[in-house]
Ligand binder design. Structure first.
Ligand code: FES
Length: 358
């Protein structure tokens, strides 16, 4: 079943920093199964803001079995995060899509993890750390967490508490860009160079880690991933969750000549969603399949609409398509025919997309 929104009641809002909150939701018994989650997954929230529907994804910060909670940091010009931080109150209900995402802890029972987060990128890491430390008695975690200063550290108390409870298995390293710390290496931003230096000084062991998880702004992820690969870390041991594309990330591509030709001629799009087939025409005015579906009033699953979250992932089962940009599908998924509906442009006269494909 494709994910659908449900109304959940807000049961708690706790301020983490002057511009970040953790929001807890009540999950009614009948939705327990739908809202069961794996550590590291995210929720998509939807609300009407200034007369328009807005959606945003936020990572879950709690561990499975605990109350369902997300962390929301207010971002400059962020309509949704401002709405959440300034207007949402305990007792309100908000539309929430069941958990999604593949940025989750490793299968198996014993691992050495390196978790590298910046800013609100700590949110899924906290969920992963709590789960791993609670359920994998022999696993270890080294967490490198970057912020501007101590007062901008989200979940500071919870992290310290976790460290105190699992001293021998969790090592927590704060990197601060605008507050001096005694160790010079820990002053500044997290980037590839700093991670390489931490490794060369023996603070992290990149080559023996089972999984190196990265979460935060695109620049940090791209820079650190490139360094890790250059230092010999295999690609399949690096996992990341992107909160924003990096400044030098690929820009959306203009329509190819074939896509332009198909758009001018008109395309018939068929969607398979929850076992039901629906068709609609797509014209030159529709930038993507998601736009065309919106125009005809067909609700498709989506969140970021920017190629980052994968909520709109589906499979091309007939016809051909291209994507304007892709920050989230892995090469094997593209090989297997998956696409992101929010970025998809047909390059054939008929295109069938299956949202039920696993
Ligand atoms: S909606 Fe996020 S990738 Fe398409």
């Amino acid at each position: 079943m494709a994910p659908r929104f449900h109304d959940l009641k807000v049961t708690e809002i706790s301020w983490q920093t002057p511009d970040a909150v953790a929001i807890a939701f009540e999950v009614p018994e009948k939705l327990r199964e739908a809202f069961a989650f794996r550590p590291g997954q995210y929720l998509t929230l939807a609300a009407e803001i200034d007369g328009e529907e807005a959606r945003r994804s936020y990572s879950i910060c709690s561990a499975p079995g605990d109350a369902l909670k997300v962390g929301v940091k207010k971002v400059a010009d962020g309509r949704f995060s401002s709405f959440v931080n300034e207007h949402l109150a305990v007792g309100d209900t908000i539309r929430v899509m069941p958990p999604e995402g593949r940025f989750t802890s490793l299968a198996g029972e014993r691992h050495d993890y390196i978790l590298i987060a910046a800013g609100s990128g700590i949110t899924p890491m906290l969920s992963i750390a709590k789960t791993v430390l609670g359920h994998e008695p022999e696993s270890t975690i080294t967490m490198i967490y970057g912020n501007r200063s101590t007062d901008t550290i989200m979940f500071r108390e919870e992290l310290e508490d976790l460290k105190d409870r699992h001293m021998s298995r969790l090592s927590l390293v704060h990197v601060l860009s605008r507050e001096a710390q005694d160790v010079e290496l820990l002053n500044g931003r997290i980037d590839g160079e700093r991670v390489a230096e931490l490794a060369s000084r023996g603070l992290i062991d990149l080559l023996s880690a089972d999984g190196i998880f990265l979460c935060g702004p695109g620049e940090m992820i791209d820079g650190v991933s490139a360094t890790l690969k250059a230092l010999g870390v295999e690609e399949d041991r690096i996992r990341f969750e992107r909160f924003t594309p990096s400044g030098d990330a690929p820009r959306p591509r203009a329509r190819s000549a074939e896509a332009q030709k198909a758009a001018e001629a008109g395309v018939e799009v068929e969607i398979v969603l929850d076992g039901v087939r629906r068709s609609f025409p797509m014209s030159e005015a529709d930038a993507t399949v998601l736009d065309a579906a919106h125009r005809v009033g067909l609700e498709l699953p989506y969140s970021c609409a920017g190629g980052m979250c994968c909520t709109c992932r589906c499979r091309v089962v007939e016809g051909k398509a291209e994507m304007a940009v892709n920050y989230s599908l892995q090469p094997w998924e593209i090989e297997a025919g998956f696409t992101l509906a929010c970025q998809t442009r047909p390059v054939s006269g008929r295109l069938v997309l299956d949202f039920d494909a696993a």
